[in-house]
Design a binder for this molecule. Structure first.
Ligand code: GDP
Ligand code: IMO
Ligand code: MG
Length: 427
């Protein structure tokens, strides 16, 4: 375990980041969320017990691990409180291990209404957001009018800012979207109660993380969503509103770039996407259905069905390069057991002129077709395997093919949902 590791999803989210962070956090002192909000759903399975985390970092199951929410995170008061209460009912007290930066933006009920109203107005072209108010909250942050956790502690100024902001939201909701408005007094009451709840957890997480780093402690930065959902580098406009990539880990935690020793990229052995937007390797057929049922591909936050398709090495290679990924963890290999052959997308053909292209943030994924390389599948079960040597020959070949194509080693392979179902002995 390196002193400071960043764990990033390299696809459209749900790669298994939560499982991997929980595993590597066993040897860490701190785990940090640095972007996104409760749009994330990170699943941890330990000894048949399942936890789905949305805002709380995936190190929380380890008693000695400090959990940080850096300034890049957006926080829904109800979601944070609900998640902490639920976890405490199962784990006992955890609040003394949670630290929240005062610059985190607050998701207001009117942000959620705006998110829903915008999606509704878009109709068929909607993004398919999680409906958690993420986009509108980041909009207000970048417009420099958003409410931050630290604002709660100057109540007079805070109420004035909140009134102005909710009045503006209500104007949009009523006059532009012709939908219901939000009761300003209800918002104030909610924030006042939240202020008391959150106060003991608010501290300068940037300084605390630097101090940990300087004293040689080990830190894991936990990404949410994935590279293709990045606001700048992803499949715009079908993306989330935060920097899911390596840059977000720096600005959202406050740690300097030199402090990062390892960038562990997480990718599924195939690809999934939840929400709308182009997906070149999507299999809207029996293959996709099989991946869906075998991989239990339902969203951990919204319960929506995830779309499924073959591994897209063109997009994966780009995500590895742009994020400076040093090593890869391939998850859900077991879902591919039993396929006679396994396809991997190794090239995009540009629709219209047929020229080949790679993926970059300027690629319009709706205008490319996937070209595949066919590899032999395996019939043996890889489910819950923990030793590299025990993998079927063709599964090993699959891993080697991926490594050769993307140019970084696969150091970890996940073979089942539980913490234990992981291969880490590959040298
Ligand atoms: P995250 O958002 O990246 O943390 O991923 P999610 O938790 O949303 O989705 C991953 C899903 O796959 C969860 O239900 C995990 O329990 C499950 N999972 C993770 N790794 C594996 C694996 O290697 N094999 C199988 N079959 N399931 C896995
Ligand atoms: P984790 O961390 C998969 C997707 C939504 C939608 C788009 C924008 O569990 O991998 P938003 O509500 O963020 O404005 O929605 O992003 N999305 C995710 N997809 N996993 C996630 O998180 C996601 N978070 C957002 O489905 O397409
Ligand atoms: Mg998820």
């Amino acid at each position: 375990m390196c002193a400071c590791a960043v764990v990033l999803g390299l696809q459209w989210g749900d790669e298994g980041k939560g499982k991997v962070v929980d595993l590597v956090a066993q040897h860490a002192d701190a785990v940090v969320r640095f972007q996104g909000g409760h749009n994330a759903g990170h699943t941890l399975v330990v000894k048949n017990e399942k936890f789905i985390l949305h805002l709380i970092p995936s190190g929380i199951l380890h008693d000695g691990v400090q959990c940080f929410l850096g300034q890049g995170v957006v926080i829904s008061p109800d979601a944070l409180r609900g998640e902490i209460m639920e976890l405490e009912s199962r784990l006992g007290p955890i609040r003394d291990r949670i630290s929240i930066h005062p610059a985190c933006s607050i998701i207001l009920p009117s942000h959620i209404e705006l998110d829903l109203a915008r999606e509704h107005a878009k109709g068929a072209t909607k993004i398919g957001t999680t409906g958690k108010g993420i986009g509108p909250t980041y909009e207000d942050k970048y417009a420099r009018r958003g409410i931050r956790i630290g604002d709660l502690f100057d109540w007079e100024q805070c109420t004035s800012k909140v009134r102005d902001l909710v009045a503006y939201h209500n104007f949009l909701l009523e006059s532009y979207y012709s939908t219901k408005t939000v009761d300003i007094h209800g918002v104030e009451d909610q924030l006042q109660q939240f202020r008391q709840f959150v106060e003991p957890m608010v501290r300068d997480t940037t300084q605390a993380l630097r101090d940990l780093r300087d004293s040689g402690k080990s830190i894991v930065l936990e990404g949410a969503q994935g590279a293709l959902l990045d606001i700048d580098l992803g499949s715009f406009p079908y993306v989330t509103s935060s920097h899911t990539s390596i840059g977000g880990a720096i600005t959202g935690s406050g740690l300097p770039p030199q402090s990062i020793d390892q960038v562990l990229g997480i990718a599924k052995a195939y690809t999934t996407r939840v929400g709308n937007g182009p997906f070149p390797t999507e299999q809207s057929n029996e293959i996709g259905k099989l991946m869906h049922s075998r991989g239990a591909e339902k969203g951990a936050t919204t319960g929506r069905d995830r779309r499924c398709g073959w591994l897209d090495l063109v997009a994966l290679k780009s995500a590895v390069k742009v994020n400076g990924v040093t090593e890869l963890c391939l998850t859900k290999l077991d879902v591919l057991d039993g396929f006679e052959s396994v396809m991997v997308c190794t090239e995009y053909k540009q629709d219209g002129d047929g020229s080949s292209s790679g993926y970059s943030s300027k690629t319009d994924l709706s205008r490319v077709s996937a070209c595949y390389t066919k590899l032999s599948g395996w019939y043996e079960s890889t489910h819950n395997l923990t030793e590299f040597a025990a993998l079927p020959k063709n599964a090993k070949k699959y891993l080697e093919f991926i490594e050769n194509c993307i140019g970084v080693p696969i150091k970890m392979v996940s073979t089942g949902p539980s913490r234990a179902a992981t291969i880490t002995d590959r040298v």
